[in-house]
Design a protein around this ligand. Structure first.
Ligand code: SAH
Length: 255
């Protein structure tokens, strides 16, 4: 999976993603990313990339030309299939695990990070395929949101996590939060690891973990619990079979 990030602050992206799991995944070649400086594409003699907004209003706006030329340097505009271009913006759909899984299926993704008051609408109309937010608040720039999304998408790329299975039991899979987990020591500050986690008997472990997941989700995220219950309605109880009356003439098997 290849990530390209169009930004005015490329060091933020490279420094942020070169460590830990994403850093290792890059060294091993499971993912790659390049952070491209939009300023390098400015045709202004002072390398200006922003200007006042028409009609007034506070602050500066990123201009269309440097962003468009930066985009052209990354994609072949004549190609049949162009990569998805994500503009990170508080005005987008809120990012979630399902979207991360959907983006993880792509071979290549482009991110556009805004700054100041945002970006000239015309270049957005020209290149953006997805408008995505990381939550209902306003940040100073799109670099942190792009890193958040790249991190969440990367860990779903096969090979990036040592244990691919963990993504299937983690929070948000199937509208549930993960069950509580424990590590050594067996007792800490008088608190013992619950028997379920110590037992070597694996029968029913899945069922009991699921019960914990449901309980935790109901308590902490009632909105998710509601969705889980809609998708997994409780099975109707089997109707009790009526006992056959002894010596009944109608039901008699003797006839
Ligand atoms: N004036 C804009 C906000 C600009 S904030 C508005 O009212 O919508 C500057 C930049 O930070 C944006 O262009 C965007 O790229 C990024 N940004 C800010 N908050 C964000 C959020 N919640 N999610 C994703 N990107 C965000």
């Amino acid at each position: 999976m290849k990530f390209h990030v169009m930004t005015l602050f490329p060091e933020m992206i490279t420094q942020g993603l070169s460590n830990s799991i994403t850093g290792r995944a890059m060294e091993k070649g499971y993912i790659s990313f390049d952070a491209v400086n939009i300023r390098d594409f400015s045709k202004d003699k002072h390398h200006k990339v922003d200007d006042y907004t028409y009609g007034g209003g506070a602050g500066m706006l990123m201009q269309a030309q440097p962003i468009y030329d930066c985009y052209l340097s990354l994609v072949d505009n004549n190609a049949d299939k162009k990569p998805r271009v994500i503009y990170v913006t508080p005005q987008g759909q809120t990012f979630n695990q399902q979207m991360a899984a959907d983006f993880a299926k792509e071979e290549e993704l482009l991110f556009l990070c805004g700054h100041y008051e945002g970006v000239d609408e015309r270049v957005l109309e020209e290149i953006v395929t997805d408008y995505v937010s990381i939550g209902d608040y306003v940040l100073t720039g799109g670099e942190l949101p792009a890193m958040v999304m790249i991190d969440a998408i990367s860990r779903l790329v096969p090979g990036v996590l040592n244990n691919d299975e963990s993504a299937l039991t983690e929070s948000f899979y199937n509208n549930l939060l993960e069950y509580p987990q424990y590590s050594r020591p067996e007792e800490w500050m008088g608190k013992k690891v619950p028997q379920l986690h110590l037992s070597r008997d694996h029968t029913n472990v899945h069922q009991r973990r699921l019960a914990h997941q449901i309980q935790r989700t109901k308590h902490r995220r009632p909105d998710m619990y509601e969705r889980y219950m809609i998708e997994n309605p409780p099975k109707p109880e089997k109707p009790k079979r009526r006992r056959k009356k002894k010596n009944s003439t109608t039901d008699s098997e003797e006839n």
